[in-house]
Design a protein around this ligand. Structure first.
Ligand code: SAM
Length: 327
């Protein structure tokens, strides 16, 4: 088992397989001019598989694939099939914007993907276009339907509510849980993107969101399970789906943080908001041994910060764009 100096058990690796994305969400990135990682700088699938195999021997048991948009990287389904075979990986999930999901959901399920998170900030086609700069709402919804049809479960829909942008859709999204077996998760808007300027006043905090949801009906707490991470779970009375609340800004949950991140170009990041990175790609490409990889993992653990510094005077936005870290 892996523990960091703050006695947190670290068992979760979030892997960004690409920094490319087929959306341009305003709060995440600009329309153009984002520096891209050159292809030969990106970890090859075999390299990622080796890292996961070695890390799983030390205690990493949970892996999430993200990006950029993971489904635009060629060969992802075969890669998922290989990842799911690694002994010790008990939980394998994916975060996607859902645009390509209709084509891939069945293959992903057969390849061993257990769970899926789909980002969706609006149920209105025109609003979706305004936020993402792409007219793809219908494709995302078709992807969600396909994920339900093939039996990926749970399916979590992640919404970032931004004041004056989509905060009127908190209730309509929650209402989906009355009809569909979906978990709607509200995530506080964080100062992490390179998109439009983040202002504290734009955040809808989790207490504010919970208050509004409470007006829709009784919110019944659902006990958390070992894969929940920082989400607090609820069910609206009578609903078949669930609500999840995640407040990285208002409710500092760093003391329960169990994760490390691997960037597309092979750097381990110990916190979304820390620019400290530990290289593993160079090590692999210079013939590093498994033992050396394990040492890098242990170094990452030793340097994992106790907490992020959002809301404090020492907070600095991270240098990399979210798409190049892995959201
Ligand atoms: N393309 C995939 C997707 O759309 O889910 C994975 C990458 S995306 C960066 C992962 C998640 O990060 C999305 O749910 C997105 O809404 C979220 N995100 C990006 N910038 C954010 C911010 N400033 N605050 C909160 N969440 C953010």
């Amino acid at each position: 088992m892996l523990f960091d100096p703050y006695k947190r058990k670290i068992n979760y690796l979030r892997i960004s397989v690409t920094d490319r994305c087929n959306l341009r969400c305003r709060y995440c990135m600009p329309e153009e001019g984002i520096p891209l990682i050159p292809h030969d700088e990106m970890l090859r699938y075999e390299e990622i598989l080796r890292i996961v195999r070695v890390f799983s021997e030390e205690g990493i048991s949970k892996v999430r694939l993200t990006g950029g948009e993971p489904l635009i990287r060629k060969g992802l389904v075969d890669f998922v099939a290989k990842l799911s075979q690694i002994e010790g990986i008990e939980d394998l999930s994916l975060t996607t914007n859902g645009i390509l999901l209709k084509d891939f959901a069945e293959g992903l399920k057969e390849a061993g993907l257990k769970r899926i998170n789909i980002s969706l900030d609006s149920l209105k086609r025109e609003r979706f276009y305004q936020i993402t700069r792409r007219d793809d709402f219908e494709r995302v919804w078709a992807g969600i339907e396909e994920a339900m049809r093939v039996g990926l479960a749970p399916i979590k829909i992640n919404m970032v509510a931004i004041r004056g942008v989509n905060d009127d859709e908190i209730e309509p999204l929650a209402r989906l849980t009355l009809r569909f077996p979906l978990t709607i998760r509200y995530i506080e808007y964080m100062p992490s993107g390179n998109g439009e300027e983040w202002k504290e006043n734009d955040i809808l905090t989790i207490p504010q969101i919970k208050n509004r949801l409470g007006n829709m009906g009784q919110l019944i707490p659902v006990p958390s399970d070992q894969w929940d991470g920082p989400a607090k779970r609820f069910r609206i009375e009578g609903a078949i789906g669930e609500i999840g609340l995640i407040g990285p800004v208002s409710s500092h949950f760093c003391e329960d943080c169990n994760r490390l991140r691997l960037t597309p170009d092979g750097k381990i990041r110990t916190c979304l908001f820390s620019d400290e990175e530990i290289d593993v790609k160079e090590l692999l490409r210079k013939g590093g041994r498994d033992r050396d990889l394990k040492d890098r993992l242990l170094l990452a653990l030793r340097t994992k910060p106790e907490k992020h510094h959002i809301n404090t005077y020492s907070f600095r936005k991270c240098q990399r764009n979210m798409s190049a870290i892995g959201g």
